[in-house]
Design a protein around this ligand. Structure first.
Ligand code: CTP
Ligand code: MG
Length: 224
């Protein structure tokens, strides 16, 4: 394997409602993070996995993941970007392809991990999995008054894993300390590096709200 995967898993999961940090919330009896890491480890290209855990849960996460796959677990930061940067700094010499994958996308198929890695290997510096936008999209102003209808054919919703040539991700993160962007490709875009889209997967949905957790339970029961 020539791929390292960084797994930001240090978030609280405020939108999921009261409870443990989101990565440790249960899906069919197992934490979301366990589902996510099991699928990453099943991808043949993956050599190294580094997890950024909630700082108070580092030991618990180590114990939880030890039977699943060989992983490095370290404390994450207050913002997602800080968690990714901490994990990136812990990648040993070797892998030249680095993927960043949200623990919250617990049912992401190993095939998607492989297709993103393959696109980086084929020469793209930055690769993101995307889906088309299915709903009509409106731009709305003050008082919830519609300003216009957006051309959705030019829009994509973005998932993880996002894949990068290692030096490209390292440069983007050193340039971007403190930037509140929600994804890593956004940092790379700011460096003027082209970002290429590949087809995403419905199974890579991000568990954000209780509805998503219920949907993920159903998908898992149906064989995901
Ligand atoms: N994340 C992280 N460190 C943070 C914030 C987020 O590692 N300081 C991770 C989350 O654990 C998650 C991924 O980034 O796997 C995507 O973030 P999100 O879905 O927003 O998760 P949370 O921040 O936990 O959720 P919320 O915003 O609802 O609190
Ligand atoms: Mg968040």
């Amino acid at each position: 394997g020539d791929v390292a995967v960084l797994v930001p898993a240090a978030g609280a999961g405020v939108r999921l409602g009261p409870g443990r940090p989101k990565a440790l919330r249960l899906l069919a009896g197992e934490p979301l993070l366990v589902h996510a890491v099991r699928r990453l480890a099943a991808a043949a290209s993956v050599h190294t996995i580094v997890v950024a855990a909630p700082p108070a849960e580092v030991e618990a996460v180590r114990a939880l993941l030890a039977p699943v796959a060989p992983v490095t677990v370290l404390p994450g930061g207050a913002e997602r970007q800080a968690s990714v940067a901490a994990a990136l700094a812990a990648v040993p010499a070797g892998p030249e392809i680095v993927l960043v994958h949200d623990a919250a996308r617990a049912l992401t198929p190993p095939e998607l991990v492989e297709s993103v890695a393959a696109a980086v290997r084929a020469g793209h510096d930055a690769v993101i999995p995307v889906l088309p936008v299915v709903d009509t999209v409106k731009e709305v102003g003050a008082g919830e008054v519609v300003l216009g209808t957006v051309d959705r054919t030019a829009l994509r919703v973005v998932q993880t894993p996002q894949g990068f040539r290692r030096a490209v991700l390292t440069a983007a993160h050193s340039a971007a300390a403190g930037d509140p962007l929600t994804d890593d490709a956004g940092l790379v875009e700011k460096q003027g590096v082209p970002v290429v889209c590949v087809p995403g997967s419905e199974y890579a949905l991000k568990v954000t709200r209780p509805f998503d957790l219920a949907l993920a339970e159903h998908l898992l029961a149906a064989g995901a």
